[in-house]
Design a protein around this ligand. Structure first.
Ligand code: FIX
Ligand code: ZN
Length: 416
């Protein structure tokens, strides 16, 4: 039994640093998806987070920047954010962490030498290397049949790498039905824009067929701050009449990622989205009205986090996850993890990476492991001060729960 604080600190850090992670939300693809999988230093440098940060210093026109090659964009970002200013933001620091953990001489500041490291790298070998260094054992992809670049892969060989799991992403169906219904028609689903009963049934068939086709672990959507159910809207009707019944029948969670204000600066593209406070009463309504359904929820606004944790106390069919996007910064990860652990104990999923570039698994998880470990040390210390004692096995159990088992248990599957 551990009661000594130094022994505790070592035991927690060892457990957190060695746990194999299930990363429940990413934008990565297995090697089966060809060029859809992004990796390497130029992809790291042109991550949309860094593009937004680059324009803080640049008066180049958006059009001129996006007309440049990826290499030319990376050169500009490296020069501006790393050489002309110290790279202290989380996304800037992340690039350094990746290069450092790959064993490169970061202090050389020689971008071309970093590029040489990747020049002859084989994709599959690099996937193996990144999984090894990051300590990730499974990632859940974001799989969108409405994406014309991705759908052909699912219509042929699909995913061949068991480390990469699928999640069916349905933003166009829920947020743009008046246009996306035409694609469903093209694919042979008898739907119409007025969402009659036949359309309801056919949307359910689409969801069922694609969840099975992908072996999707959950159904996911990102939603605006004003997302409301119930309301007199196509989205609300599709959620309650199609998504909820199919998810219940197939026993897959509905993952709601709420709070995105799309393209507040449309000229920035992916980097142009922003944040707004969500309506927690919609989460309450869905969890209360559909107790047989399971809901994975992450909210984008810092101001939503305490009420989301409290809502999870009210509904056992709600699993809170991640420090999403603009929240994925050390100061906020620390705050959110403390709020959640003090409110929910260990019954939540503290983090996901949202990685868009394979290499980001290395930094996003290295940084988060460190923060979550320190919160755990404080919480174990508090209960030791109250006369409790913990064992090394219990620490490993708790850490395994936070970094994967809570997810697999919640969805009712094992990490096969
Ligand atoms: O909707 C989402 O899955 C968001 O995570 C993305 O749209 C966003 O661009 C992102 O990658 C944030 O980290
Ligand atoms: Zn995402």
């Amino acid at each position: 039994m551990i009661t000594d604080k130094n022994v505790l600190r070592d035991a927690v850090r060892t457990a957190v640093n060695s746990v194999k992670i299930t990363d429940i939300h990413t934008h990565l693809y297995s090697g089966s998806f060809g060029d859809l999988l992004l990796w390497g230093v130029d992809e790291l440098l042109t991550y949309h987070y860094l593009i937004a940060e680059y324009f803080r210093y640049s008066d180049m026109s958006y059009r001129d920047f996006f007309a440049l090659s990826k290499r030319e964009q990376a050169d500009l970002i490296w020069q501006t954010l790393f050489l002309e200013h110290s790279p202290v933001s989380e996304a800037q620091r992340g690039v350094l962490t990746v290069l450092n953990k790959l064993g490169l001489d970061v202090r050389s500041r020689n971008l071309d030498s970093f590029r040489e490291y990747f020049a002859d790298m084989n994709t599959q070998d690099y996937i193996d290397k990144v999984f090894e260094i990051s300590g990730v054992k499974s990632v859940v992809m974001t799989n969108d049949p409405f994406d014309p670049l991705e759908k052909p892969y699912w219509d042929t060989e699909g995913n061949q790498d068991p480390r990469f799991k699928a999640a069916l992403r349905i933003d166009p169906l829920l947020n743009e039905y008046p246009t996306s219904y035409k694609k469903l028609q093209d694919w042979g689903y008898q739907v119409s824009v007025d969402l009659d009963q036949r359309s309801i049934d056919e949307i359910k068939r689409f969801l069922t067929e694609w969840i099975k086709k992908m072996d999707a672990l959950y159904l996911a959507v990102s939603l605006p701050p004003n997302f409301t159910v119930p309301e007199d809207s196509l989205r609300s009707r599709i959620v309650e009449q199609c998504v909820i019944p199919v998810c219940r029948e197939l026993n897959v969670p509905f993952a709601m990622m709420i709070g995105v204000k799309k393209l507040v600066n449309y000229q920035l593209g992916l980097a142009g989205d922003s944040v707004g406070k969500a309506e927690i009463q919609t989460v309450e309504y869905l969890c209360r009205s559909y107790p047989e359904n399971k809901f994975l929820v992450t909210l984008l606004s810092r101001e939503n986090q305490h009420e989301l944790a409290i809502t999870a106390r009210k509904f056992r069919n709600l699993m809170v996850f991640g420090c999403w996007w603009f929240l994925n910064n050390p100061s906020i990860i620390d705050e959110m993890t403390r709020i959640r652990m003090e409110t929910l104990g260990l019954s939540f999923i503290p983090q996901h990476s949202d990685a868009r570039v394979l290499d980001q698994l290395i930094y996003k998880w290295s940084h988060s492991r460190q923060i979550i470990a320190e919160v755990l040390i404080d919480k174990y210390s508090d209960i030791i001060d109250a006369g409790w004692a913990v064992t090394e096995e219990e620490i490993k159990r708790d850490v395994a729960d936070l970094f994967g088992e809570n997810f697999w248990r919640f969805i009712g599957r094992s990490c096969d």
